[in-house]
Design a protein around this ligand. Structure first.
Ligand SMILES: Nc1ncnc2c1ncn2[C@@H]1O[C@H](COP(=O)(O)OP(=O)(O)OP(=O)(O)O)[C@@H](O)[C@H]1O
Ligand SMILES: [Mg+2]
Length: 249
C-alpha cells in the first residue's frame, strides 16, 4: 500500500516548496516509486519540480463536460475518466506528477469528484510513496484525491498566527473525517527561536524546523525550479533527517 504524505498549512507557509523537496529526496533516495500530486487548483508543484504540466485533471473534466459525445462508444464515463487520468500522469526523473488543476466550466462536479477520488486512490496504490501538495485551508483537502494520509505534515511559520492556523487544521482533521496515522508540525522559514507554548497549543507533535534559506528564496524570486538547490545544502540535509525520523516506512 502506498505511503501517503499530505501537506497542509496556511497560505504561503511553504507547502509546495517542502512537497517538492520531499519528492526530490524520495526520488533520489531510490526507496521506491514516487507520485507527486498537485492538488492545489492554482497548481505550481510542477514548476517547483522543473516539470511543465501538460494536461490537468480540471482540463480533462472540462473537456468531458463540453464534449460528452467524444466518450468512445462502449466506454462508460467513469472508465473514460480513469483512462484520461492515467494519460495525464507525467513521467519525470525519479517521480511521476499528477496535476489536478481546476475545472473552469459551470456545473456540479460532486458526482465526478467522487469518481475521480476513487480513480486517483487506485492510481496511488501503484506507487510506494505519494506526496500531495494541497491548497491552503483544510476544507478542500482531498475532495478529489484521497481522504487518507499516513502522514499529514502541517507546515507553519514561526508566528502566532501561523501556529494558530496549524491548530485549527489539527482540529479540522477530526471533523472532516480525514484518516491520518499521524499529523505532525513542521516549522518552516524559521529565523530563530519558536515559542514552545505556542507549539504545544497546536496539539501537533513537532517533527522539526527548517531555517530560512537564502538560495531557496533566490531561486523562487527568479521563478526557477528547486532542482538548483544542492543535495548537500543544509535545507535538504535537515529535511532528510526530519523525514527519516517521521516517516515510519
Ligand atoms: N525555508 C524557506 N526559506 C526561504 N524561502 C522559503 C522557504 N520556504 C518557502 N519559501 C518561499 O516562500 C514562498 C512561499 O512558499 P510556497 O509557495 O512553498 O508556499 P505555499 O504554502 O505552497 O503557498 P500557497 O498557500 O500559496 O500554496 C516561496 O517564494 C518560497 O520560495
Ligand atoms: Mg502552494
Amino acid at each position: 500500500m502506498a505511503y501517503v504524505i499530505a501537506l497542509a498549512g496556511k497560505g504561503g507557509t511553504g507547502k509546495t516548496t517542502i512537497a517538492g523537496l520531499i519528492v526530490r529526496l524520495l526520488g533520489e533516495s531510490k526507496r521506491g516509486s514516487v507520485l507527486a500530486v498537485d492538488a492545489d487548483p492554482n497548481s505550481n508543484l510542477g514548476e517547483v519540480l522543473g516539470v511543465t504540466p501538460q494536461e490537468t485533471i480540471g482540463e480533462i473534466l472540462d473537456f468531458i463536460g463540453a464534449h460528452p459525445d467524444k466518450i468512445p462508444a462502449g466506454m462508460t464515463k467513469d472508465r473514460f475518466i480513469e483512462y484520461k487520468v492515467q494519460t495525464a500522469v507525467q513521467e519525470a526523473k525519479g517521480f511521476d506528477l499528477l496535476t489536478m488543476g481546476k475545472p473552469e466550466g459551470p456545473g456540479c462536479y460532486c458526482y465526478v469528484n467522487n469518481v475521480l477520488r476513487s480513480v486517483v486512490e487506485r492510481l496511488m496504490q501503484e506507487y510506494d510513496y505519494v506526496v500531495i501538495d494541497n491548497e491552503a485551508g483544510l476544507e478542500h483537502l482531498s475532495r478529489r484525491t484521497t481522504r487518507r494520509a499516513d502522514c499529514l505534515l502541517v507546515v507553519a511559520q514561526p508566528s502566532a498566527v501561523s501556529l494558530k492556523a496549524a491548530q485549527r487544521i489539527k482540529q479540522l482533521v477530526g471533523q472532516l473525517q480525514i484518516e491520518t496515522r499521524q499529523s505532525v508540525l513542521l516549522i518552516n522559514a524559521s529565523r530563530g527561536r519558536v515559542d514552545p507554548a505556542q507549539v504545544r497549543e497546536t496539539g501537533l507533535l513537532l517533527a522539526g524546523k527548517l531555517a530560512f534559506d537564502q538560495t531557496l528564496a533566490r531561486l523562487s524570486a527568479r521563478g526557477s525550479s528547486l532542482t538548483g538547490l544542492s543535495r548537500r545544502s543544509k535545507m535538504m540535509a535537515t529535511l532528510e533527517k526530519i523525514l527519516k525520523k517521521t516517516i515510519d516506512h
